[in-house]
Design a protein. Structure first.
Length: 190
């Protein structure tokens, strides 16, 4: 590479370009217009997908318990609690999402790069995140200890355990009896 001495007396590098190999301004303009059109078409195509969301929980059309009890109602009572029937909130859904929020955000960032490079669709990425979140919620239901009423069986029926003073007492246990609530946790991409 040739060097030259500038007006300030310092040496600098000079790279010589063969301008005969540069494209004409018209070709550059055409290429830019083509890229703009492709980007605009891609943006219109992707605009439909950007409105998609993933919902995790129990869908309103989930099958009821065998005795006819609405599984959505049971989930709501356990998640938020009920003072009327003295059930403390268990936060199996919100608690799981809050505890693992950073992990889910990192997943979305990684999938965002794949979406940008057109390696995966937005719907597929949201489905993968939905699968992870719903399996984490199911695991929380299976493994976490939640405060609940204590029961015992007498003559094949469940009856509440009581203290010596006749009051019902609570114990710590899993939020699982038949497993129906846990199996009802799923996700939907809309």
């Amino acid at each position: 590479m040739p060097t030259f001495r500038g007006n300030d007396g310092k040496y600098s590098c000079l790279r010589l370009l063969d301008i005969s190999k540069l494209p004409s301004p018209d070709k550059i303009r055409e290429k830019l217009e083509r890229r703009k059109a492709q980007a605009k078409a891609g943006a219109k195509e992707n605009k439909k997908d950007t409105d998609k969301r993933v919902y995790v929980g129990i869908p309103s059309d989930a099958p009821d318990y065998p005795d006819g009890t609405d599984v959505v109602m049971v989930a709501t009572v356990h998640e938020y609690g009920s003072e009327a029937i003295n059930i403390p909130p268990k936060r199996f859904l919100r608690g799981t999402i809050e505890n693992n929020r950073d992990e889910y955000v990192n997943m979305l960032k990684q999938y965002g790069l794949l979406i940008a490079n057109r390696k995966i669709s937005l719907e597929r990425a949201l489905g993968l995140v939905g699968t992870k979140v719903s399996s984490d919620v199911q695991m929380t239901i299976s493994t976490e200890k939640f405060e609940r009423w204590a029961y015992t069986k007498k003559d094949g029926k469940r009856i509440p355990k009581k203290n010596s003073d006749g009051k019902r007492y609570r114990e710590s246990g899993h939020l699982i009896d038949t497993g129906h609530l846990r199996r009802s946790i799923t996700y939907k991409v809309k």
